[in-house]
Design a binder for this molecule. Structure first.
Ligand code: CA
Length: 335
């Protein structure tokens, strides 16, 4: 890999970012260091961290606010189960979390793997990782490889954490700053579904990091909403299905109104989540799907469970010039 290439690339060339969704989670249990190492080696530009906090305010890289779908918590700590059936991270201290083994994600009923073709369930000795450990790991790899792979942390359920006396957003910013990430051009994107929390991060806590507004399937983003989002965030991250117009579902995909409006509002687009196991009618393979979004729809980044595939498709598209204003696109915004 010629690692100097990225630095010599003309600034006006469109080069979408490959964001490893929970690491190379298509191949190894999500959010383990093994999955992050693989994603790093497969050429991801950013590695994603979902961040939650323990009772003793330690930050962990885990997707859920509870533990049972990816660990053996039910076997080790059966009496820590709440009445609703969940084993919540906020009910555990880091010392107990250290004893857990991480496994491939199970279905909600806990009986089988969510993706049966992926890494075999209940296999291996994977561990829960703290955010600090993961940042050290990435910085270590950045040093040994000379590359500059970035962090893409998500503040998970800030309201839930606040109800348990934990200011997750503030703790995350402090931890990032302690590792040297505080400025807009540092290789970090901070993501959250909660718009109030992101606005607080920008305006209340004064963070200069790049912020990403995650949106779900249903929320309606009007043009005014998108302009308001641009006041605090640089990126909009919706499910990819929302960026394709409904009329084109079975024909050549065209950008949706949301895609065009977001661009006009000056937002970059990082859709989620590209995986082999679920494909829309207009794509015969994950490669096809990624080609539509990276080459035809010119996304600025993609969240993918298979970073090697995304990087390969991105590189096979060759250099793409930045689209013109007439196409409803602006230069990357600066805060
Ligand atoms: Ca996430």
């Amino acid at each position: 890999v010629d690692n100097g290439a990225a630095d010599r690339r003309p600034v006006d060339e469109h080069r979408p970012l490959i964001i490893a969704h929970r690491g190379a989670s298509g191949y190894l249990p999500e959010h383990t260091l093994e999955a992050k190492a693989l994603a790093y080696g497969q050429g991801a530009d950013y590695l994603e961290q979902d961040v939650v906090a323990t009772r003793d305010h330690q930050l962990l890289v885990l997707h859920d606010i509870y533990l049972e779908r990816v660990t053996d918590v039910a076997a080790l700590f059966p009496d820590r189960r709440r009445a609703d059936g969940h084993y919540y991270v906020v009910d555990f201290e880091l010392e107990a979390i250290r004893q857990l083994t991480v496994t491939e994600r199970r279905r909600p009923d806990g009986r089988a793997a969510l993706y049966p073709q992926r890494f075999p369930a209940e296999t291996g000795r994977f561990r829960v990782v703290t955010l600090a450990e993961e940042i050290e790991f990435i910085q270590g790899l950045n040093r040994s490889t000379g590359r500059q792979v970035g962090l893409y942390p998500e503040i998970k359920e800030p309201q839930w954490h606040a109800e348990h006396g934990i200011d997750l957003g503030r703790l995350m910013l402090e931890q990032l700053a302690s590792f040297g990430y505080a400025e807009e051009d540092d290789p970090v994107f901070v993501q959250c579904f909660d718009a109030r929390e992101l606005r607080r991060i920008r305006e209340g806590l004064g963070s200069r990091l790049k912020l990403v507004q995650l949106v779900g399937r249903s929320r309606l983003e009007r043009r005014g909403t998108l302009r308001a989002t641009r006041e605090y965030a640089q990126v909009l991250a919706p499910p990819y299905s929302r960026l394709v117009s409904a009329r084109s579902r079975n024909a050549e995909p065209r950008p949706s109104v949301l895609a065009v409006s977001a661009r006009q509002a000056g937002l970059l687009l990082h859709p989620y989540t590209f995986r082999r196991e679920k494909l829309p009618p207009y794509a015969a393979s994950l490669e096809d799907l990624l080609e539509v979004f990276l080459r035809d729809l010119r996304m600025d980044g993609v969240f993918c469970d298979f970073p090697d595939v995304a990087a390969r498709v991105r590189d096979s598209c060759g250099p793409l010039p930045v689209a013109s204003e007439a196409e409803g696109r602006r230069s990357p915004p600066t805060a």
